[in-house]
Ligand binder design. Sequence first.
Ligand code: HEM
Length: 480
Amino acid sequence: MFFNPEYIILSVIGSIIVAFMSLSSRQPLTLKQLKGSRFLPFKIRRHEGTYDETTESRVRSITELAEYHETAARLANMIHKDGAGTWPPRAEHAPSYWPPALRPFRDIYDEMAPLLPSATPSLDDDVNRERIAYFRSRLWNLLNDKVNLQEVTALLAAAEAGRWDVFPRDVYNAFYVCVAWCRHAYRWGTIPAVRVAQVEKTIVLPPELISTWASLQRHFGLDSDSGNMMSCLILNFSPSGEYALKINTGLSPIITSSEEEFARICNEMEALAVPIYHDIVRATISFAHGDKSACLEHVQGITSQLRPLLSSYYDRVHDSKIARSAWLSHVQGFFAWGAGYENESSGDWEKFDGLSGNQVLLFQALDAFLGLEVYLPKQVLLRNVPQLQREFSEAVGRHSFRHRLGNEGVEGRIKAEFGEIVKRLRVFRSAHRTRAKIYLTVPAPERLPMTAGKSLLKDNMDDSLEFLDEFMVLRLQQTV
Ligand code: HEM
C-alpha cells in the first residue's frame, strides 16, 4: 500500500470512477458487487478465461484495481478522463451530438478539406505561395465569419471547470481533432507540404485556432503548437470505427486508403494494447503481493498478446497497404509542424516538431515495464505525450520489478518471459528501422528532407537518414 498524498487522492478518484462506471455501464454493477469490490481480498482475484475478456470488463477490472495500486489508479484515471470512459479513447465526431456553438468548425472542415490536397504538387515556389495564401485566407475568413468565439470560449471554460454535462468528454475529444486538423491544414496550406511552407519560421494562426487550442492543450497537459498522436490519429475515429477527418479528400483511392491505413495502425494498436496495459498492472500488483505464479501468468499474457498487436504495424507498413508513392508526400507532411516563435526571455527560437510513432503509449508503457530508460527527452514528452499517459508510464516505471528478479524457480521463469518481450520489441525496432528507411527515401522533389517528428532535417536525404538512424540504432541497443 502507498501512503503518499498524491496516491491517496488517486485512490479516492478511483473510488469515484468505480461508482461512475457502475452507473454509466450498460450492465451496471449491483450494489453488492460494488461493495464487494471495495473489500477485494489482498490477494488479487484471478479471472477465469483471463484472455478473452472484453474491453468493457477489462476497463471495469482496471477501475476496481485502482484502489489497490498506483499503476491501476493512473491507468483508470487516463481511461476515465482522456478516454471518455473507454480505450482507445472515444471521440464523438457526429456534429449532431456537438453543442451548436462548435458545429461551425466541423462545417468549415467540410468546406475546406477538398481544397487542401493536390494530386501532383507544383514545383514552382510562386504557384505554391499563391495556393497557400488562397487556402489560408479562405480558412481565416470562414472561421472569422462563422465561429462565435465567445460562445466557444464559454464552453471550453465549462469543460475546464469540469462541467462535462454541457461538454461531454467524447465530443471534447472530437473537437480536439477538428481544431488540430484546421491548424495543420492552415500551417501547410497545401498538401503535399512544399518547400515555401517548410522554410516559414513562424505561423500567424487565426484567433479561433489559438485560444481554443491553448485550452484544449491545457486539458491534455501539453505544451506544443503542433498536434500529436492523440489529436491527429488516435482520436480521429468515430465510436463505430470510421476514419473521421481526412487529409486527401477527393484524391485517388491509393492515396486515401494509404492515409487511412496509416491512421488505423495507431488507433488499432491502442485497442489491442488494453489487455497488455491490464496485464502490466496485474503483473505489477501480483509481484507486489508476492503472488509470483499470478505474476508469471500476466507477464506471459503480455508476450502472447504482443504478436497480434504488432501485426497491426507489420501487416500494414508495406507497399500494398500504405503505398510508398503516397506516404511521404501525401500523408507524413500534414503531421509535421516545424515552426515556432522567439522566446521573449531567452531570445531562443522555440520550434515545435510534429507527431511521431515515438509518441505511441504502448511502447512507452512496455519500455517502462521492462525498466528501460525513457526514449523521449523530457521537453518532447511534455509537448507531445498527454499528461495522463505520461503519468501511467511513469508509474509503471517506478514499480518495474524486472531487475529485482532472481534466476531460480518462478522468478527465473518471469525473468525469461521478460526476455521474450525484449526479443519481440527488438524485432519490431529492427524491422521498423528497415521499413522507415524505405518510406523516407521516396523522391519528393516538392520539399526539403523532413520527418513529422523531427521537422526539417539535413540538406540531403543521405545525411538525414544517417541522423535518423542514430536514434533507431541507439534505441535498439538500449532494448536489452
Ligand atoms: C511508415 C512510416 C514511418 C516512418 C518513416 C517512421 C520513422 C521513424 C523514425 C525515423 C524514428 C526515429 C526518430 C524519432 O524517434 O523520431 C521513429 C521512431 C519510432 N517510431 Fe516510427 N515511423 C513510421 C511509422 C511508425 C508507426 C506506424 C509506428 C507505430 C505505431 C512507429 C513507432 C515508432 C516508435 C515507437 C519510435 C521510437 C523508437 C522506438 O521505440 O523504437 N513508427 N520512426
